[in-house]
Structures are given as C-alpha cells and as structure tokens.
Design a protein around this ligand. Sequence first.
Ligand code: MF3
Ligand code: CO
Ligand code: CO
Length: 315
Amino acid sequence: MAKRKRKGNRRQSTIPASEPPVRPHMQSPRRTVPAGIARPPYAITGDPGPSVLPIVRTPAEIDAMRNAGQVAAEVLLHVGEHVRPGVTTDKLDQIAHDETIARGGYPSPLNYRGYPKSVCTSVNEVICHGIPDSRQLQDGDIVNIDVTVFIEGVHGDTSVTFLVGDVDEHSRHLVRETRAALYKAIDVVRPGARVNDIGRAIEQHAHANDLSVVREFIGHGVGPEFHSALAIPHYYDRRATTEITEHMSFTIEPMLNLGEAGLYLWDDDWTAVTADGRRSAQFEHTLVVTGDGVEIMTKTSSGTTPADVFAEAVV
Ligand code: MF3
Ligand code: CO
Ligand code: CO
C-alpha cells in the first residue's frame, strides 16, 4: 500500500458539519432518588475521590457486575424504545431515571463530579457527556444514550447511538462502523493481550473506514468504583503495555468522528463537541476478562444487547 502522507482523506473533507448545530436548552430541576435506594459514596458530595481499589474483581463482585450490567442494558433498551422525533432528551433522562429506580438501582451519573442528570444524551456533533435538556430530537439526528447503574455495590456502564427517523448515509456509516469497532476491540481481549491491542483494533477499523478516533476520553476500569485507575485508550498508545489478566473489569467505549478528532467543551464544562462540527458516534460495553476471553456484562436477560437490537436499524 502506498505510504499515507496524512490521516484523513477526500471523503472526510466532503462531509459537511452537522446543521443546525446543537445548542444548550433548558434543564429541568434535579431529580430525586428514594431513600431506600443504596447510593454510591459520591452521591452526596459529588466527589468520588481517588481510585483506590484493585483492577481485578472477586467472584462475588463479578456476580454483582453481571446483575448491574443486565440492569443497565435493560434500562438502555427501554429508553431506546422512546427515541423518536419530538421527544426531548430530558424526557429520555426521566425514563431512564425512573426505570433505574424501579429496578432498585441508583443512576450513577447523578451528582458524579456534580453532573446534574441521570444519563448522558449526546446528539450529532456532541461526542459525549451531553446533558439532557428541553431540546427535541429532530428527524435525521443521531443520539448516544449512555446509561450507568449502581446496584449491589457495583456499576454497569453501557451506551448505544440511536438513529432518529430518516438519517443520512454518512451518519449511518459512522454509527455502523463505530459499533463494529467496539466489537473488533472486544474480540482481542483475553489474558495475555496488552491494553494497547484494544486501541490498535479500534484505530485500524476507524481509519479503514475514514473515521477519526477521539483521544481525550477513554475506556476505564469499572466495578465498585465508577471510573477506576485502569485506562483503556481507544487509539494505539505505545506506552499502554499493561497486560490484560483474568478478572480485570473495564469498559470499552470508542467515540469515532466523521471529521477530525479535535474537540472542545461547552461552558457547562461537560458537553464535548467536535471542533469541526461534524458528527460523532459512540458505543460502550462493560466487560470482565475470563480465563480465555471476555464476558460482556451489559446484556439483557435473553443475552442480547441494546447494540445488537438496534444494529438492525443501522443499515
Ligand atoms: N457513562 C460515562 C462513561 O462511559 C460517564 C458519564 S460521567 C457523567 O464513562 F458524570 F457525565 F455522567
Ligand atoms: Co464508561
Ligand atoms: Co458510559
């Protein structure tokens, strides 16, 4: 193959910024959680403190994570059924909040480092951490909904990018290949592999599909802590040589862009948007490493995942 002078290509430069740009709308008052629901330690102060726990889980923790992952997946599936033109992202937040509580869980984002809502809803050029508000989804939008549930002392963290109504082909390509990049990465996870094998798999798939990889947000250790010390870059990082071992627990959550990888934050200090205004998609699973591979924690009781159920729509 000819040497590539630079990343990116003709295809990228012909894809326009998403129009009109997403703008902040009104946020609803903070939602409450009934006293009977067990909260993570940061729920009161907003401060999770430093990560102090090991990067591998006990068998009891793994059992709990299987349950937390299932609840997160089922909440996400339920919310996804309400994605349609006209629905506000605040309404989706309310549905996720209520469904999480109905299942005995705490919506992990709520007051995590002061985050004001129970899920993240990231529309079009919003890369991640979009705050649900009164904006109505529009026909042709894409929206990532990121659900994390805390239950029985552990977190389950999963997200899907949904199509809203009739979506253009560039965006469908973006969503389809971002999902594929997550599964290619999951395929390389096994004891003895290195953390940077994950980023390599994602980056190769992204570049082969004319997409760029966001670098500022990465996968993370997850378990009793929402974000623990283990870092999982979605790009190839020469220094990320940590060996993957049995019972490690972490997320993989690639964010891929139609344009350049650069981003900036809105004044709310949460919402990350692409610098060039072109669209971004993300998929996420919570994983635990097994003796010879990996188990996806964030799947429903029937063994499917929201990513699988909605894959059919992403044709
Ligand atoms: N669920 C996100 C992740 O995948 C984290 C959201 S933190 C919040 O890591 F505070 F924005 F909710
Ligand atoms: Co995550
Ligand atoms: Co998440």
